[in-house]
Design a protein. Structure first.
Length: 156
């Protein structure tokens, strides 16, 4: 039941405390929402670019996807940090970093991914790194980040 429906039922029950209708409405079980096909919702109006990095944040069902294109380095850390703050503050059980179009990530970027994974795990959620290039996949292994995130590879 959404907030508006909840406040509607509580206000009608309090204003008509003795009426049969109010008691019946209060006793009704909450409505069950029908399953809807997942829809994509862009969490920002347009993709954001800083330096050589473009980030787009899109929610779909249980997942929120952070699509990265270009190069993630110290020059655009603020953009990446804001994207991470947005998804960590959200409630999606799965956060996906789609890095299929990411050509480079530096040590700060990898550190921010590890920090995001830790914050998500503490909240019972998961970080998935999707389609890393071979060099980025190697960096995830060498740094041990592949032990705190789930790496999913797809055909490039």
């Amino acid at each position: 039941m959404n907030h508006h429906a909840s406040s509607f039922f509580s206000s009608s029950a309090s204003s008509s405390a003795g009426s049969v209708t109010a008691r019946a409405a209060a006793a009704r079980p909450p409505l069950v929402a029908r399953a809807q096909p997942p829809t994509f919702v862009r969490l920002r109006e347009t993709p954001r670019t800083q330096g050589l990095l473009t980030i787009d944040v899109v929610a779909c069902g249980r997942r929120v996807v952070v699509r990265m294109r270009g190069e993630q380095d110290l020059s655009n850390r603020e953009l990446m940090d804001r994207a991470i703050e947005t998804v960590v503050a959200g409630m999606h059980p799965e956060v996906v970093f789609d890095v299929s179009e990411l050509d480079f990530v530096d040590a700060h970027g990898l550190g921010s991914w590890r920090t995001a994974a830790g914050a998500l795990h503490a909240d019972g959620r998961e970080l998935i790194v999707l389609s890393p290039a071979p060099l980025i996949a190697r960096l995830l292994t060498v740094t041990g980040i592949d032990r705190v995130v789930r790496v999913e590879r797809t055909d490039r």
